[in-house]
Write a protein that binds this ligand. Structure first.
Ligand code: COA
Ligand code: AMP
Length: 626
């Protein structure tokens, strides 16, 4: 048996022994005696009697170990022209000061702090400052509009919000502060204070009595910096909202102890990144990839992490990624396939690659959406390094299926993110909950308990956690993805079986877009489906049925609906096309057959489902949908 097979078998046969050993990777204040609390299924908790501090594990311990002067974070921002390095010692100083400021603003252990920031080091500083004092951060991606931000404010009820005057997108400066003010206006729960990072590109107006600048907060905090407090391993570290099938996002709760153990384990065993290495996750702190592999995991491992405020193309050109790799000696790059598709579209022969020395790069990891064979082949060919797909979700926080490069590099199979990661007992189940034979498609499920680092529950909603993930098959977590496992144990992920879509690696809910379309007075019924897109993987398309007797110009209506989605959900929805149709295909129980509609757009036809109410609707729709 190879190292992978042996390790995987042990993690499943003796999970407590396996995770007891892995706990040695973390500095505990009170080390765990009990490893798993399984007294309240389907709720499981790891390291229930232990205490630690996440920020200590990410920063202070590396200073103690002699890495004070090593860069912890390099901020590289082609959109502002800044490159700024913060060493581990500087990070401890900044984070302790900001944590002190939060404390002076009344933030106590367990209180929430919402962070709505672009890709600046202050985002990581704010996250780690929360961890330092046991506060719970809720980071919201900057591309979301005020209404979406308001929903997240009301769900997490933050005492303090940390934001910025603006974000910088290639073609425009995005004013964050007016969006924040509007969101606070819309939300029922009001923060007691807002800390605003004033960026030189655009200064924001402050609300007297509520807002203070980041610089002012740091001045307060420097006078009274905060140390690391002990929190229970099971205490929440953060809430991260992600799209579900309904409009209401799910607040994924991550704990402190399991998260520190699992992420640290993943760095050595999956990503093969250790102390002194340079990891660049080209994503955003607002997404789970950013939480795990821009901020926490590289710092737990004592590596250097790159925070990149730019795009793969246009900042200034399709050689941007190669420039960053060369300039910062990046060992490992992690991004979404869509970024490589964007580069390939502009520079198909990768001519710009020759202008940069990218020899430091050892591995390219891709995740966030299906890795299509063309992109896999192109990236492998131009870079000449292993291109490693890995499959996971906001819920799990770290890979479920991957090629464990540190543990034992396994052969790569295009189309598959490789094998089950130790700790995850992945099974393919059929409709009756029976295990599907090898190479047969079904629902990808994970036998409980999930390993450390995965979601503990949904914020304030245990019932929804059980209903969403644990009730379809007793004793299993339902991933929401369909797929199969072949004879060699390689997992193939085919895509979501629900109404969640993936646009440019961003997870979005068609339900929330439908809710916006349905608000328009001319719209009787609507459906949003995710159709294939060459660049972004999927693209949302809206289909609306008009109320009877309503007379509108289709183009005017479409423009209004597109503008509505942009202003209510955000630019990130990338919602650009709406078609007026006479009817929507439905089952006899009234459920809209979105999958059939998607098939028609993608392939020109669909198998007529036996449950369809009126098959002629599909015939009429086929020419209109494409
Ligand atoms: N703040 C404000 N607006 C933002 C934003 C932010 N943080 N991020 C994106 N937006 C805006 C964009 O400006 C764009 O607006 P537009 O409609 O006015 O052009 C819109 O949201 C859509 O953004 P996006 O889907 O990112 O499209 P894009 O054309 O700007 O870039 C890619 C496309 C593929 C280059 C880009 O998505 C990318 O690099 N993705 C790969 C990395 C990644 O983000 N992965 C996430 C999970 S790993
Ligand atoms: P998110 O929670 O935003 O990380 O999105 C998770 C979803 O993205 C998964 O449920 C999958 O549908 C999709 N996804 C993520 N990584 C992969 C991958 N490597 N291959 C296929 N789909 C992926």
């Amino acid at each position: 048996m190879g190292a992978y097979e042996q390790t995987y078998a042990r993690s499943i046969d003796d999970p407590e022994g396996f995770w007891r050993d892995a706990a040695g990777l973390v500095d505990w204040i009170k080390p765990p005696k009990q490893i798993l609390d399984d007294s309240r299924p389907p709720f499981y908790r790891w390291y229930p009697d232990a205490t630690l501090n996440t920020c200590y594990n990410a920063l202070d311990r590396h200073v103690v170990a002699g890495r004070a002067d090593q860069p912890a974070i390099v901020h590289d921002s082609p959109v502002t022209g800044d490159v700024r390095t913060l060493t581990y010692a500087e990070m401890v100083e900044h984070v302790a000061a900001f944590a002190g400021a939060l404390r002076r603003l009344g933030v106590e252990k367990g209180d929430r702090v919402l962070i709505y920031l672009p890709m600046v080091p202050e985002a990581a500083i704010a996250m780690l400052a929360c961890a330092r004092i046991g506060a719970v951060h809720a980071v919201v991606f900057g591309g979301f509009a005020p209404a979406e931000l308001a929903v997240r404010i009301d769900d997490s009820r933050p005492k303090v919000i940390v934001s910025a005057s603006c974000g910088v997108e290639p073609a425009r400066v995005v004013e964050y502060k007016p969006m924040l003010d509007e969101a606070i206006e819309l939300a029922e729960s009001k923060p007691t204070a807002c800390v605003i990072l004033q960026r030189p590109q655009l200064e924001a107006d402050l609300v007297e009595g509520r807002d203070l600048t980041y610089a002012a907060a740091m001045e307060i905090g420097r006078a009274d910096p905060a140390g690391c407090v002990a929190v229970a391993a099971t205490d929440p570290l953060y809430v991260l909202h992600t799209s579900g099938t309904t409009g209401k996002p799910k607040g994924i709760v991550r704990d402190n102890g399991g998260h520190a153990v699992a992420l640290t384990w993943s760095m050595a065993n999956i990503y093969d990144v250790g102390p002194g290495h340079v990891m660049w996750a080209a994503s955003d702190v607002g997404w789970v990839v950013g939480h795990s592999y821009i901020v926490y995991a590289p710092l737990f491992a004592g590596a250097t992490t790159i925070m990149y405020e730019g795009k793969p193309v246009g900042t200034p050109d399709a050689g941007a990624f190669w420039r960053v790799i060369a300039q910062h000696d990046v060992d490992v790059l992690f991004t979404a396939p869509t970024a490589f598709r964007a580069i390939k579209k502009v520079d198909p022969d990768a001519l710009l690659l020759a202008e940069h020395d990218t020899s430091s790069l050892r591995t390219l990891f891709l995740a966030g959406e299906r890795l299509d064979p063309d992109t896999y082949e192109w990236a492998s060919r131009i870079l000449g390094v292993p291109v490693v797909d890995n499959w996971w979700q906001t819920e799990t926080g770290w890979p479920i299926v991957a090629n464990p490069r540190g543990l034992e590099p396994l052969p790569l199979k295009p189309g598959s993110p490789s094998v089950r990661v130790p700790g995850y007992d992945v099974r393919i189940l059929d409709d009756r909950g029976e295990e599907a034979p090898a190479a047969t498609e079904g629902a990808i499920c994970i036998k409980l308990p999930l390993p450390p680092g995965t979601l503990a529950t949904l914020w304030g909603d245990d019932d929804r956690y059980v209903a969403s993930y644990l009730s379809a098959y007793d004793g299993y977590y339902l991933s929401g993805d369909g797929g199969m496992i072949d004879e060699d144990g390689y997992v193939f992920v085919m895509g979501r079986t629900d109404d969640v879509i993936n646009v440019a690696g961003h997870r979005l809910s068609t339900g929330s877009m439908e809710a916006v379309l349905a608000e328009h007075p001319a719209v009787a019924e609507c459906a949003v489906v995710g159709v294939s897109d060459q660049l972004k993987g999927q693209e949302p398309r809206g289909y609306v049925v008009l109320k009877s007797g309503v007379e509108v110009d289709d183009e005017v209506l479409a423009a209004e609906l597109v503008a509505s989605v942009r202003s209510k959900i955000g630019a990130v929805a990338a919602f650009k096309r709406v078609t007026v149709v006479p009817a929507l295909p439905k089952t006899r129980s009234g459920k809209i057959l979105r999958r059939s509609m998607r098939d028609i757009v993608d392939t020109g036809s669909t198998k007529v489902p036996s449950t369809i109410e009126d098959p002629t609707v599909l015939d009429t729709l086929t020419p209109l949908l494409r």
